[in-house]
Design a protein around this ligand. Structure first.
Ligand SMILES: [Mg+2]
Length: 227
């Protein structure tokens, strides 16, 4: 089987500021309007039910108006809560933003040449990020380097498990039908690299500007990586 190169996104292929300074403020500003305009849409209605269910389970409180739903979403955004309903709504809003050209998905300049080199050599590329698969496809589909999705074979989010747990990487190996020694994982977070290593995957630390070095083998950008 050919090798698989697996990439984290934030801090690895993409400036961490893109998510925090572009994506999150964009969806925060538009959340209430989006919910109110689309509450009855078939894709959105179940998400709102899910929010009501969570609040009832946790606080025994019934949300009866969309204003109340929006207030809950606002507090989840402030607390950076990783709730599936919030992520799904953000995904819809970002979708519109990318497609209307309000912004592009940031990727570092060394990403596209590296992806192209890997594909040229016959290797496979996968993404593993805590952002949803949908959000990943948008970043790479509408990126500052153009549409990179034709180069990417696999997308994984936290449905396979958390990024700091070895079991998640074992799940990925199972899905891509490869042995651990055929897979390399690039990330800026040492705890994620430890989890990948525990699963037998080869870890590489991306030490972008602002990232502290670690005991893991590290590179400043992908041009430094010798295949
Ligand atoms: Mg990261």
């Amino acid at each position: 089987m050919n090798k698989l190169f697996l990439f984290d996104v934030e801090g690895t292929t993409t400036d961490i500021n893109f998510v925090h300074k572009v994506l999150f403020p964009y969806s925060k500003e538009r959340m209430a309007t989006f919910v109110k305009e689309n509450a009855l849409q078939s894709e959105v209605a179940p998400i709102i039910s899910d929010i009501k269910k969570t609040v009832y389970e946790e606080e025994k409180r019934e949300l009866t108006t969309l204003d109340e739903v929006c207030a809950v979403l606002d507090s989840w955004i402030k607390n950076d809560r990783k709730h599936g309903a919030l992520k799904a709504l953000q995904g819809f809003i970002w979708d519109k933003g990318y497609k209307s050209g309000d912004f592009k998905g940031h990727v570092y300049e060394d990403v596209k040449p590296f992806f192209e080199k890997l594909k040229y050599l016959g290797f496979d590329i996968g993404i593993y990020s805590s952002g949803s698969v949908h959000a990943q496809k948008l970043i790479f589909g509408y990126s500052t380097a153009g549409d990179l999705t034709p180069l990417i074979s696999y997308y994984f989010d936290t449905k396979v498990g958390a990024k700091r747990e070895a079991a998640s990487y074992l799940n990925i190996l199972h899905e891509v039908k490869r042995d651990a020694n055929e897979v390399t994982f690039f990330s800026d977070i040492p705890q994620e690299l430890s989890a990948a290593k525990e699963a037998g995957i080869h870890p590489v630390h991306l030490v972008r500007p602002g990232t502290a070095v670690s005991d893991f083998f590290g590179i400043k950008d992908f041009s430094e990586f010798k295949i």
